[in-house]
Design a protein around this ligand. Sequence first.
Ligand code: SF4
Ligand code: SF4
Length: 105
Amino acid sequence: MTSHFFTRDGSTWMPQYLTAIDAMTCIGCGRCFKVCSREVMHLHGIDESGEILGACDGEDDDFDGELSRTIMVVDHAGRCIGCGACARVCPKNCQTHVAADKIVA
Ligand code: SF4
Ligand code: SF4
């Protein structure tokens, strides 16, 4: 994988890819999803034990009464362009980002 990235004016730029979100800390506020243009993460429901019940798609989002809370899940990590917008809006600092030259393909 290349480690050389550039902005339009030729300046060097190091993408910071979103690789994980801490399920214990995330409050499911949805801010990261709103600012991401790449559909990298989606809101999921979890039960009391922390088991993921599925994506919240607007239908049956209470998961037959099993829903305890919602968290954001990185379910399409490969779509990330490393812009860092999600990190700037997260109120819980629960995301992990890895520089493009450090990531394992
Ligand atoms: S770094 Fe940018 S592209 Fe990647 S998940 Fe965050 S907002 Fe989306
Ligand atoms: S902005 Fe942070 S706390 Fe809010 S859903 Fe995204 S990862 Fe979770």
